[in-house]
Design a protein around this ligand. Structure first.
Ligand code: FE2
Length: 316
């Protein structure tokens, strides 16, 4: 059993993100070691585990369960591979036949574009996502792109001018899955002509408290469509300004995927993230798989009804 003493934790960015070395997730993990990883996650927001060595999807799901209730996919698109575990989300660039998707695959390409906008997984749902864990099963050749980027939404809040903090203190953002997809794909017939007001919406305060650390975060994602009680355009301007603030280079960490078996865990109630494009697209296999753990904290449902969360869609 790996002892927690064998772990080496190294900070990778001035304000957040750490790398844990000496962790082999193919072996049973003591509670003490797990607690150290979870504490690191809460402190640093993002935990990079090079060569995590999760042997398969089952081990990925079982490790994720130690963080809480793992989300199960209620619906698997017929345009995706039929992976055996409902808890594993397919973040690959492969279609249902295991072939690399191309620009002609509208359904898949629009989703990939949506994920390349800054977001927290599941912010469009009445019950939001706490932890996401992404593992590299197959990577394209080095230097063909596809890093995952993170932004430190707690430090970004802390650095805001006091008058901005006072101005946004009680504001509530209204989140919509459709809004992200429309923004990322303005010309796609899949989303044209649809109104966010006809589809599910979720309400969260702009400033939420990251409970394990007690630090406030800016819960401002590309799913946020408008601010409650504000004219839509004015709210969208504020959302844009805050997004620009959070995603300044000084708050961004770029994770370059290097080896098969590498994994990254992040806390969606502390950081934002986005996928980035690369020259591998349309050419090389990039097989990434993700689990999501539902938030069970006080802020899990934001200002939404737990009743609405029963039928919520898959995280994205
Ligand atoms: Fe995501």
């Amino acid at each position: 059993m790996a002892s927690s003493e064998g772990l080496q934790i190294r900070q990778l960015h001035d304000s957040y993100v750490c790398e844990v070395a000496g962790l082999d997730l193919s072996k049973p993990l003591s509670d003490a070691t797990f607690n150290r990883i979870q504490d690191a996650l809460h402190q640093y927001g993002v935990v990079v585990i090079p060569r995590a060595n999760l042997p398969d999807d089952k081990a990925h799901v079982e490790f994720s369960r130690r963080f809480g209730e793992v989300e199960k996919s209620k619906y698997r698109s017929p345009h995706m591979r039929p992976l055996p575990y409902a808890e594993i989300f397919d973040i690959s660039n492969l279609d249902e036949k295991g072939e690399v998707v191309t620009n002609s695959n509208e359904k898949r390409i629009t989703a990939i574009r949506g994920n390349s906008l800054w977001h927290a997984d599941g912010s469009f749902n009445p019950r939001r996502t706490y932890v996401s864990m992404l593992r590299a099963v197959e990577l394209p050749p080095a230097s063909t792109g596809g890093p995952t980027e993170y932004a430190d939404a707690r430090q970004a809040y802390e650095d805001l001018p006091e008058e901005t903090k006072a101005r946004i203190k009680d504001l509530v953002a209204v989140h919509s899955f459709l809004h992200n997809r429309q923004t990322a794909n303005p010309d796609s017939p899949l989303f044209k002509g649809r109104s966010v007001y006809d589809e599910p919406l979720a309400r969260y305060r702009l400033v939420t408290i990251h409970e394990p650390s007690g630090r406030p975060m800016l819960y401002v994602t590309s799913y946020a469509h408008h601010i409650e009680g504000m004219p839509v355009e004015e709210g969208q301007k504020l959302l844009r300004e805050l997004t620009e603030h959070i995603t300044q280079p000084k708050y961004v960490f770029t994770h370059e995927w290097q080896n098969k078996g590498d994994a990254v865990i992040w806390d969606n109630t502390a950081v934002l993230h986005r996928a980035t494009p690369g020259s591998y697209e349309g050419k090389y296999v990039r097989d990434m798989r993700r689990t999501c753990v539902m938030d069970s904290g006080k802020g899990a449902y934001g200002l939404n009804s737990p009743e609405d969360a029963k039928n919520q869609r898959n995280s994205s």
